[in-house]
Ligand binder design. Sequence first.
Ligand code: SF4
Length: 396
Amino acid sequence: MAQYSYSKLGTYDTCPLQYRFRYIDRVRVDVGPSVEACLGTVVHDVLEWLYEQVGHGVIPSWPAVRTHYQALWKATWTDDMRIVREGTTPEGYRKVGEQCLEHYYARHAPFEEGIVLGLEVPFEIPLAGGTVLRGYLDRLTKRGDGVYEVHDYKTSTRLPTPGEAARDQQAGWYALATQMRFPHAQEVRLVWHYLRHDERLVTTRTPLELEALKQDIVRRIRVIEAADTFPPRESALCPWCDYLTICPAKGHRLVVEALPANAYLGEPGVALVDRLAALKEDVKAYTDERKREIGQVEEALQAYARQHGYTVVVGSAMEAVIDEREVVALPRADDAERSDLEAIIRDAGLWESFSSLSLDKLRKAMNEGILPESLRARLAQLARTEQRATVRLRRR
Ligand code: SF4
């Protein structure tokens, strides 16, 4: 039975390669947790403890909450904790956590808003085909007849807009889970506490929105399960990635950054990218000879990247993105097997969908697993594997 969590699906969206490392290959890397993860965990644990105390009829004072937080922070802290953001310190993060809790305490004490039905409540949402979505609700409360609230605590630096909160997928999952558990619920409110900002964002979801969300989740899972390549997707989140040191998009940069300033220019990858950038600088001055040399440098770059397992090779000012992969190639318009391909599509009653026979579109549909298995098998007989490689320069 396939199981997905919100973070598992989110990991694939952030970076398919990170998904592969974490959930398919289960790669173990020797890196400590990030300080942001530590902050989130400790603040969540303190709020869980606080509401447990309230459930036993004890309302801890603010100094007692702060003492509990400080002890938990100390117990959770490890020397290999990663601090990525420049200029920040462990003490700074510890203070942020304390301020988050202080704001929350001041706003919500004596914590009598509704009846707490559960803390860290596990849930499962069954989907078609035996797939299950799993997760936890930070706090579930009942507010009067038929009104339920899911409370979630955020320690992130960014406060979303109301529009973003209304579209938030995680909130939708929680609404689905609560609606399933309490089918008689007249309203499920999703209360997001942005603790750094001392802000609450409250949203709800209509039955139509929840149905659309379910379909979207099924579609995303289908894309993941049909995927046979997991390319790196670089983003601003890479510095927090557990797999940074083994990532093919980052490996060359790390090697070059570790070299002394005057030594990196002689590094073969840097030299190749710099040469390619110089050759491509003035497009109008292209001669046949220059085009030939560009081809040779690109081939050399591909060979260099292949040898070291890189997908990005950095130069002084530019970097080269090397995309080398096997692709499914279907018969082209002038191939002998083209009529067979067209006959298969007509037989399947899909001619309208692909009538201009966009091979890119058809290949995408095959890759995403949205075609019936029998049709996919017939198409696979016509498909062959081709090696394709491109080198694209971009500014560093
Ligand atoms: S470092 Fe970035 S590109 Fe590489 S695996 Fe991690 S998230 Fe993906």
